[in-house]
Design a protein. Sequence first.
Length: 107
Amino acid sequence: MKKRGLPPINPRVIIKRFSQEIEFYRLVLKHPLTPRASRVFLGAAIAYAVSPIDLIPDFIPVIGLLDDVIVLPALIWLALRLIPRDVIADCRNRQKESASGQQTAEK
């Protein structure tokens, strides 16, 4: 009987996906039709991610790290909910085009 489950985790795929998402958020922040509130929420998410200050200190077991897992996705989700779909589609397309251009340059 085949064992079902998640596919094996490949660190290179995770790093590549993470860098693609960062590029997408950069394009969204620069897009002229992105609402100001979305820019604020994305900026807050970036600032919170790189800031040494947390709502709950990380040395508190479980809860300290849990705030990062909740706050960052919540800010990003809220920002993306306020952005028009055509802006998101445009930025995704531009991000994919730049990624495919980088792949052909590497070969």
